[in-house]
Design a protein around this ligand. Structure first.
Ligand SMILES: [Zn+2]
Length: 346
């Protein structure tokens, strides 16, 4: 009996000694992988992921509207030798370098035709106001449209200025003065009755027009119903800091989401190209209109499926970059986000 006690004391001491040794040379940490490849170690995966999420939300430049990242890192807990260093900064850079940053820019339109591109809303507004002051013949048909383009650092230029690409073509930016010169149309003397270029000449390319005084909604050609009933928690914002491209409707987790319009499901799932949206359903309603239902807890439809207006397609959740249960309802008209409240919840 005494022998047995002695033995168990020795065994316990040995275990304590071994754990002590491990403690001395190893520490608990996380290995970080991207697309299955180990890219480093972090002691604080929560802070690192938050930094990545913040970057996706608003980028790092003042003109970056949002960032799409194809692959997010995965974390696994591991014991690491104490002398191996963590590399949060390097991991962050690596993840960010796989993303695409989109910049905002603004087009001055005349009868919905894009005439000049400027880098800030204030500049575009300034040019439009100057044209109105000069009593330009097109004063009443001018508008400002917000656009998004891929933002790239200009390698040939010394400056930090971002080059904006639209379908791989660089968009040429105009100054305020250039825009005024380009858009100014002299009013014809009243005695001349010859017909001048009228609105019917221009095709309606259908982007939402915003001007300094009024917001004119584009006719998107279909009627929508409310996808969920709930409280509007965040509106579509052209000028808000993080430029919200949809309408957020708060509702309890599991609330049925109905298709606002009939159409064909083009995406149902999560991840690229809809990183940050969590579980998302995208429905193409017409050639021009595509509607996104994001942050869902459940998805009930699959890609390729036809859905009727009012059909339950998903359930409200808080997946992706989201702080609470809500539906992010986003309408794209010819690729450009338009204010859902021009069509429903108004
Ligand atoms: Zn939202």
């Amino acid at each position: 009996m005494r022998k047995l006690v002695k033995l168990s004391v020795v065994a316990t001491l040995a275990v304590i000694f071994i754990f002590g040794l491990i403690e001395l040379f190893y520490r608990q940490t996380y290995s970080v992988s991207l697309k299955g490849e180990l890219i480093g170690y972090t002691n604080d995966k929560v802070s690192l992921q938050k930094r990545i999420n913040d970057y996706i939300k608003s980028g790092d430049g003042k003109n970056v509207a949002f960032v799409e990242i194809a692959d997010l890192p995965t974390y696994a807990s591991c014991m690491l030798k104490k002398d191996v260093e963590t590399n949060d900064d390097e991991i962050f850079e690596k993840v960010v370098s796989t993303g695409t940053a989109y910049s905002k820019y603004y087009s001055i339109t005349d009868n919905n035709e894009e005439k000049a591109y400027l880098t800030s809303f204030a500049d575009a507004e300034n040019a439009v106001n100057q044209l109105k002051e000069k009593d330009s013949a097109n004063s009443s048909t001018l508008g400002i449209v917000e656009k998004y383009g891929v933002a790239k650092k200009d390698e040939e230029s010394e400056s930090d200025e971002l080059k904006i690409l639209n379908n791989d073509n660089p968009v040429e930016m105009s100054s305020i003065d250039d825009s005024v010169t380009k858009l100014y149309v002299k009013k014809e003397a009243p005695k001349i009755t010859k017909k001048t270029a009228s609105s019917s000449v221009y095709k309606n390319i259908g982007t939402k027009i915003i001007s300094s005084e009024s917001s004119v909604a584009t006719n998107i050609g279909i009627t929508l119903i409310r996808p969920v009933s709930g409280t509007i928690s965040s509106r579509f914002g052209y000028r808000s800091r993080d430029n919200h491209k949809g309408l957020d409707i708060a509702a309890p987790k599991g609330t049925a989401i109905k298709a606002a319009a009939a159409g064909t499901v083009t995406f149902s799932g999560s991840g690229a190209p809809y990183s940050g949206y969590g579980n998302i359903v995208v429905i193409q309603s017409t050639g021009a209109v595509s509607i996104r239902y994001a942050h869902c807890s459940e998805l009930y439809v699959r890609s390729g499926q036809s859905v009727a207006q009012g059909q339950v397609i998903a359930a409200v959740g808080s997946t992706g970059i989201s702080t609470g249960n809500h539906l992010h309802f986003e309408i794209r008209y010819n690729g450009t986000a338009v204010d859902p409240q021009n069509y429903v919840y108004n």
